[in-house]
Design a protein around this ligand. Structure first.
Ligand code: MN
Length: 201
């Protein structure tokens, strides 16, 4: 039961002009496909084969091949799903309440999240996570690490993630990472984030 590259939930040009089709094509078809196949190679024939990706990441330790490719597999699966051509705007209901509770306002949350994404040195991700009980937290992690792994400095279940590797934005934005971060908020699928919030709290 090998892991499989999921199809994009929308056309590769659906997020334009915020995220361009060429970037989506390479990011999904080459980068995510590569993490998926290398993850399968790394766990094949070990006791990790057949386990859930969440279980594998929670126990990954210092196994670099599984950490990098398992993280890459999981992180990109989440990333495609938390974006939508119908996205943008602000969350509502319990998701909005949790953000307001933690950050005071959506604008203040957006500033914290954008800052986490902009100041992550080198390659990595910015996250919004939910802890059991429903408290949410912004953090960032290097490389393909994520909050499901121990020792990354943030915990809980990731419900929103932003890829700030250069491969995620360089074709369209070059060195202007802050412009990419700002554009991302135009495509955030808050319905999906709220669904993950409910499941994770
Ligand atoms: Mn990526």
């Amino acid at each position: 039961m090998a892991f499989e590259l999921p199809s994009l939930p929308y056309a590769k040009d659906a997020l334009e002009p915020h995220i361009d089709a060429k970037t989506m094509e390479i990011h999904h078809g080459k980068h995510h496909a590569g993490y998926t196949s290398k993850l399968n190679d790394a766990i094949g024939g070990t006791d990790m084969e057949g386990k859930s990706i969440e279980d594998i990441l929670a126990n990954v330790g210092s196994n670099a091949a599984v950490r990098n490719n398992g993280g890459g597999y999981y992180n990109h699966c989440l990333f495609w799903e938390v974006m939508s051509p119908n996205g943008g705007g602000e969350p509502t209901g319990a998701m909005a309440d949790a953000i307001n509770e933690a950050y005071g306002s959506f604008a203040s949350f957006k500033e914290q999240f954008s800052n986490a994404a902009a100041t992550r040195f080198g390659s990595g991700w910015a996250w919004l996570c939910v802890h059991s009980g429903g408290k949410v937290e912004v953090c960032s992690s290097p490389n393909q690490d994520n909050p499901l792994m121990s020792g990354v400095g943030c915990g809980g279940t990731p419900i929103l993630g932003l890829d700030v590797w250069e491969h995620a934005y360089y074709l369209n934005y070059q060195n202007r990472r802050p412009d990419y971060i700002n554009a991302f908020f135009n495509v955030v699928n808050w319905e999906e984030v709220a669904r993950r919030y409910e499941a994770g709290k």
